[in-house]
Design a protein around this ligand. Structure first.
Ligand code: 5RP
Length: 229
């Protein structure tokens, strides 16, 4: 009898990163997200860099990785639209609604996603949830509004904490801070995203409901599962 070792989370990320290549349109510019799963996609994309015009990136980290592999990076202002945006998620539910921002890139991710006709989410199966809210919700905020926004979340039953890096508030690519909010019940992601987005001082809330996934390539023990919404 032969036994097979289950794939590690890292191997699942590699699988979905490679599977995402099928959505890249030759001759075009592709939208590229941020994170460890996207890094696998970027590495795979290097293999077809001569077939694409380049990428629009959602973070300094992804830009550096793309450029290091010889992939041209365009400013978002240089493109009118993209066929596809490929990115990971911290949580994705059965309708394609996501929580994102674990890598602090949520604002630029939402901007590049907004340019794209199709959002392809690449994730290992640990990210699939019945309802959003287990992963602490990232919210990018203007620093002077952080405590006020934290109190507003507390009034909704959430506990917000300022994300730190090396003991100091983490500063995003946009020069802002991140609050991570635990204990929220996100029963209506569309309404929740709309509500939080209009609080003064909120730059971006990490619920991606208005820009949800069109497709999820989910890495599972049985291989890559394609879920369309
Ligand atoms: C970055 C993100 C990432 O997509 C999310 O955190 C998932 O990252 P990973 O692929 O490393 O698990 O939203 O801001």
């Amino acid at each position: 009898m032969t036994t097979t070792t289950p794939l590690t989370q890292d191997e699942l990320k590699t699988l979905v990163g490679q599977a995402a290549l099928q959505y890249v349109v030759p001759g075009e510019i592709v939208g590229v997200g941020t994170g460890s799963t996207v890094n696998k996609f970027i590495d795979a994309l290097a293999g077809m860099k001569d077939q694409i015009k380049g990428a629009v990136s959602s973070s300094v980290a992804s830009t550096e990785r793309l450029k290091a592999l010889g992939i041209a990076v365009f400013d978002a202002n240089e493109v009118r639209s993209l066929s596809v945006y490929i990115d990971g998620a911290d949580e994705i539910d059965g309708q394609g609604y996501m929580v994102k921002g674990g890598g602090a890139a949520l604002t630029r991710e939402k901007i590049v996603a907004a340019l794209a006709e199709r959002f392809v989410c690449i994730a290992d199966e640990s990210k699939l949830v019945k309802a959003l809210g287990q992963f602490p919700l990232p919210v990018e905020v203007i620093p002077m509004a952080a405590n006020h926004i934290a109190r507003r979340f507390a009034a909704m039953g959430g506990q917000a904490s300022l994300r730190l890096k090396d003991g100091q508030p983490l500063v995003t690519d946009n020069g802002q801070h991140i609050l991570d909010v635990k204990g929220l019940s996100i029963t209506d992601p569309l309404a929740f995203e709309s509500e939080i987005n209009q609080w003064p001082g909120v730059v971006t809330v990490g619920v991606f409901a208005h820009q949800k996934a069109s497709v999820c390539l989910l890495g599972t023990a049985q291989g890559v599962k394609t879920i369309t919404y």
